[in-house]
Ligand binder design. Sequence first.
Ligand code: NAG
Length: 306
Amino acid sequence: MEWRLSSLLVPFSTLLKHALSTTLIVSRSSVSLSYKVLGDSEMDVDEKAPPLFLFHGLLGNKRHWESMGKTLLHMTKRSVVVVDLRNHGDSPHNSSHRYDELAEDVIRLLKRLSVNRACLLGHSMGGRTCMCVSLLAPEKVAALLVVDISTASSPPFLTQYIPKVLNAMKTVEFNHPKTVRNAKDDAKKQLKEAVTDDMIMRAVLSNINIKPDKTIGWTCNLDALIKNFEHIASFPKEMKGKRYKGPTLFVGGQLSDFIPPDDLTKIRNFFPQAVVHYIPKTGHNPHVEDPETFLEYVLAFFKNVK
Ligand SMILES: *[C@@H]1O[C@H](CO)[C@@H](O)[C@H](O)[C@H]1NC(C)=O
C-alpha cells in the first residue's frame, strides 16, 4: 500500500518540517481516516503526477468510488486513493461533523501519506469537504473537481427530504438478523414509505454491515449525522473571504437542482477559475447515471494538471 506513494516522499529536511506541522495539526483536531490506495504493484503509475483522491457523499463510502477510481487509475496513470469521511464507512465516529473538521481530517491524511499536492474529486458532501480543503490549504491542492453541489444554495431535496431519510433510518429495528443480506431486506421493507428514491435507498442500505461490536446494523454514525444536519446542509460561513485560485471544475446533473446556474457568480467568489458543466439527462449522481460522459470531463480536466 505504501510503495506507490513512497516516491512522493520529500527530502529529509522537509520531512522534518512536515513532522512538526503534522504534530500541530494532530493536536488541533482531526480523526484518522480510513482509505484505500487502488491498483497493484504491477501497475505502471506516474509517480510525479499529483495523486487523485476521491470522496463520497452523505451516507456513501469509499467502495462507491472504487470502480470509477480503478478506471481513472488506468486512464490517468496517477495514484488513486478512495477515502471514507468521518462517521462513514470504516472511518472513526465523532459526535461532531462540520466541514472545517472534515477538511482537517483530509489535510491530516495527506500529511500521513506524505502527499504534498493532490488532485481532489468529491461528490456532494464530499465535494463541499474538498472545497474546504482547497480554501484552507490551497497549496496542497493541484486541482479541484466538485460533483453536483454548490457553495451557495442547497435544494429542498437536501434540506427537507434527506432529514426524513435519516430519521426513518433511526427508527429501523434490527431483530438479530442472521446475515447482512437479511438485515438489508428487512430494513428495506421498513423504509419503503420514507425512502422513495432508488438511488438513495441503495446508498442507505450500503450502510448496513457488521459493526465493531459484531452486531449487524448501521455502520455510519447516524446520531452524529442527524445532530449535525444543519452543518451538512449548508456551506460553512467560516470560509467567507477565502479563495482557491487553482483549476476548478464543477460537474452537475442537468436535471438536478444542486447547482443552479445563478450560483456561478457566488461560486467564483471562492473559486475564481471555476467552470461548470452539466451532464444531460442526469440528476444528483451524474457519475453513476452517465459514467462515460462523466469520465470524459474528469479525464480532460486532470489531463494537464502537474
Ligand atoms: C472529534 O473531532 C474533533 C474535531 O475534529 C477533534 O478535536 C476530536 O479530537 C475528535 N474526537 C475524537 C474522540 O476523535
